[in-house]
Design a protein around this ligand. Structure first.
Ligand SMILES: Cc1cc2nc3c(=O)[nH]c(=O)nc-3n(C[C@H](O)[C@H](O)[C@H](O)COP(=O)(O)O)c2cc1C
Length: 161
């Protein structure tokens, strides 16, 4: 694997992380792997947030669809996750538990609403401990300003690509 092959793995319920992943694909030529859990909160408003937050806080185990790409085929893995109740959603938890990242450069990207993502990033790093976690970036409501989001992602990618 002479070239830097990049895989972006992401979960998105409301589109923010999907935008981030697609921008990263445009900037780096990465392949995209979207995670699909067997269940996720539906609908709108408080009920959806409440259920999602609860599932994240208890570390609910969900099954995810088999991945289309093999982690071992890539040198660089970028994991993009929304913040749910200060932590990562169950689909990301399952992915972090199931896959191995030995010898990979791993970067983390967080998307939150108005809150901070630092606690979630720490938890992701703990779940990935022993691996080569290099950079992280957190963005707030990326869909609210797609141009600014793209610009921040371009700056982020310059550091490793
Ligand atoms: C279940 C749930 C819990 C959330 N918890 C938080 C939170 O604790 N802090 C925060 O800033 N945003 C929170 N948000 C907002 C999301 O992190 C934010 O909108 C993110 O960009 C969503 O990414 P997505 O559109 O790719 O799903 C929550 C959203 C949902 C659906």
């Amino acid at each position: 694997m002479a070239e830097n092959k990049v895989l972006v793995v992401y979960y998105s319920l409301d589109g923010d992380c999907d935008l981030i992943a697609r921008d990263l694909q445009e900037i780096t030529g990465a392949d995209l792997e979207r995670l699909y859990p067997e269940s996720e909160p539906h609908g709108k408003g408080f009920g959806k947030i409440f259920i999602g937050a609860f599932t994240a806080r208890i570390g609910l185990k969900v099954r995810i669809r088999p991945l289309k790409h093999k982690i071992e085929d890539y040198n660089t893995i970028i994991i993009v996750s929304p913040v749910w109740a200060g932590t990562f959603p169950p689909a990301i938890g399952t992915f972090l538990k199931k896959e191995h990242f030995t010898g990979k450069d791993v970067h983390l990207l967080a998307s939150s609403g108005s809150g901070e993502a630092s606690k979630m990033l720490e938890q992701m790093k703990m779940a990935l401990s022993g691996n080569n976690i290099l950079l992280d970036l957190s963005l707030k409501s990326p869909l609210a300003d797609p141009d600014r989001t793209k610009q921040k992602l371009e700056e982020f990618c310059l550091a490793f690509f």
